[in-house]
Write a protein that binds this ligand. Structure first.
Ligand SMILES: [Zn+2]
Length: 429
């Protein structure tokens, strides 16, 4: 409408100008050499305007003819981009719909229309992954990883593949490269933490772990794995502070203190740990520096004061007393351990040993006591063991992670039997 109005206004103006020109008086005369031309002024103005118009039309025509190939190329390129974008969208829609055939078809089309475009490569890689063609996927991820802006996407895809293939070394390397490409990505942090656990890189796992992670377990394992004495001491201290009731953490810390000739602090750690969770390994560590049996009894009594009600304290004292041939004392502590609820095989075995040690003096009564103790072994509770609370596998020594089910931080000292009774003969961490 506006154009029509504009055209009408223009037409009116032109007509007005034409009338104006027609009404102009006068003649124009031009002399070129011997030739003289005379024409009325309106005719000269109209002729001039006509020449200008013809020149303008000719220039436009030439420019259109010469610019045509470029414009055609541009149009074709824009059309290709639009088609490529549509193919990418359709490929992702097919991936979301878990339709590998359509996803592959559209992704290939997108790659053809948009060669080396990150989104086309991403669609192609994901489609190949969906179609179960990891080799094709990998080629696309690699191509993506080489593009500065899309490197993280490529490395993420390669990392997922390495994780699927359980190639932990390659995965760890890719994770490090991905971290450089996009520092601090939360997804990557979680993956790196998982990888560190898988590869037993405990110090890294600890650094990446969140507050919900078993930090005492990780720090203990990291301390055991560390070759730097100062770092090992720091990690072990952190482990013990995080969980004083984890005997391996207390032992890791105290053993480093003992190595550094800080026996006083090592003993304090053991006393604190005994109060939190009395474990036979703590008693063995605490008594180790003392070779004399009678002095060991005194030492055991000192440690027992930090958890006097525990059956484990009485059991430790009974053992120490028996080793010092104080059978009366040993028997009393063994009975106290039983009264404290320790109805376990090891206690009845110890009672049998005590009665056997007393046998020459005890005569027939001692013999009957030995038989009674041995008889009770069959009905007593099993001795506590390191056992995975996740799968029930039994371990000869404590481990930060279960070698059967891979769970971290679930190996506990317990006499509870669980379905699995597989004994894992493994080396300490
Ligand atoms: Zn397990």
């Amino acid at each position: 409408m506006a154009r029509v109005l504009g055209f009408l206004v223009l037409a009116v103006i032109l007509i007005a100008i034409a009338f104006g020109l027609g009404a102009l008086p006068g003649q124009i005369e031009a002399t070129i050499g011997t030739l003289t031309i005379q024409a009325p002024l309106p005719l000269v103005v109209v002729a001039f305007l006509a020449i200008v118009l013809v020149l303008y039309v000719l220039i436009r025509l030439f420019s259109l003819i010469f610019a045509a190939p470029g414009r055609l190329g541009r149009n074709r390129h824009e059309r290709q981009l639009r088609q490529g974008d549509r193919a990418v969208t359709r490929a992702f829609a097919a991936i979301a719909a878990a339709d590998p055939k359509a996803a592959m078809r559209e992704a290939q089309r997108a790659k053809r229309l948009l060669p080396n475009a990150p989104l086309a490569l991403l669609a192609s890689a994901e489609a190949s992954r969906l179609a179960g063609k990891p080799g094709d996927s990998e080629a696309d991820w690699r191509a993506l990883a080489e593009q500065p802006d899309a490197a993280f996407l490529g490395l993420r895809g390669l990392l997922r593949q390495a994780l699927d293939a359980q190639d932990w070394t390659l995965a760890a390397d890719l994770a490090r490269r991905a971290e450089l490409a996009h520092p601090g990505a939360p997804w990557l942090k979680a993956e790196r933490a998982r990888l560190a656990l898988r590869t037993g890189s405990w110090a890294e796992a600890l650094a990446l772990a969140g507050p919900e992670a078993p930090r005492a377990v990780m720090a203990t394992a990291a301390a055991e794995a560390s070759t730097d004495p100062l770092q090992a001491l720091r990690l072990a201290k952190e482990a013990f502070a995080a969980d004083p009731a984890l005997p391996p953490a207390a032992l890791a810390y105290a053993s480093r203190l003992r190595l550094g000739n800080d026996e006083r602090r090592a003993e304090k750690v053991m006393q604190q740990a005994w109060a939190a969770y009395p474990h036979p390994d703590l008693a063995a560590f605490y008594l180790a520096p003392e070779p004399d049996p009678l002095a060991r009894v005194k030492r055991a009594e000192r440690l027992a004061t930090f958890n006097p009600q525990s059956g484990e304290s009485h059991f430790m004292m009974a053992q120490a007393a028996l080793a010092a041939q104080l059978t009366g004392e040993a028997r009393r502590h063994a009975n106290d351990a039983l009264a404290a609820g320790m109805d376990q095989r090891r206690l009845w075995l110890l009672k049998a040993d005590i009665e056997e040690a007393d046998a020459p003096a005890g005569g027939e009564a001692a013999g009957s006591a030995i038989r009674e103790a041995l008889r009770r072994i069959s009905t007593a509770r099993p001795d506590p063991r390191w056992r995975c609370e996740a799968c029930g596998a039994e371990h000869a020594v404590w481990h930060p992670a279960c070698s059967v089910c891979g769970t971290v931080g679930r190996i506990a000292w317990t006499d509870k039997t669980t379905p699995s009774t597989a004994l894992i003969a493994s080396t300490p961490i």
